[in-house]
Design a protein. Structure first.
Length: 180
């Protein structure tokens, strides 16, 4: 056992052996001293102590109120930030959706334009081919007429009538038309 524990055990043993002796004078002196101490504290220190405790209590209350206000303010700021973040996310999604839609529309427009260009080129090629065919027919007719003229000169030299002449021209044109 330690020194303190052994001394305490010894003091308890002495009390048990000797009995507890109550001295009324000591009790009275203790009571008077306590009352005097209470009166002195009440007279000189009580107002200062209570004022200090009240001031301390109001500082603590202010700190608690300030902390509560700061907590509410922080909560409001957090909610505002979350709302703004959600708004930004929605705006970004809307921008992406719009960009996708715009890209889709642009692609469709480009395909439509390309198809129109191809159709225009095809039509132009067909027109050119038709024009070339017409030019070739025209050129061929001119040649036929030229051949017919030569033929007519020969026929005139042989004295064919006009009906035979026209029949020969028609026959020459028919033959040329079938060869195209």
């Amino acid at each position: 056992m330690s020194g303190f524990a052994s001394r305490l055990a010894e003091a308890i043993e002495n009390l048990v052996r000797n009995g507890i002796i109550i001295n009324p004078i000591e009790i009275l002196i203790q009571l008077v001293a306590t009352v005097v101490l209470i009166v002195l504290v009440k007279q000189f220190l009580w107002d200062k102590v209570t004022a200090f405790l009240d001031a301390r209590q109001s500082v603590v209350d202010e700190d608690i109120a300030s902390a509560q206000a700061d907590k509410e303010k922080a909560q409001a700021l957090r909610e505002k930030a979350e709302n703004e973040m959600q708004s930004i996310k929605e705006e970004a999604k809307a921008i992406l959706d719009a960009a996708k839609e715009q890209a889709k529309n642009q692609r469709e427009n480009t395909l439509a334009k390309t198809q129109e260009d191809v159709d225009a080129m095809r039509k132009q090629a067909e027109n050119e081919i038709t024009k070339d065919i017409e030019n070739a027919r025209k050129s061929l007719r001119e040649e036929i007429i030229s051949v017919a003229m030569v033929l007519s000169k020969k026929v005139v030299a042989k004295e064919i009538d006009e009906a035979t002449y026209m029949a020969l021209i028609d026959e020459a044109i028919e033959e040329v038309s079938h060869h195209e």
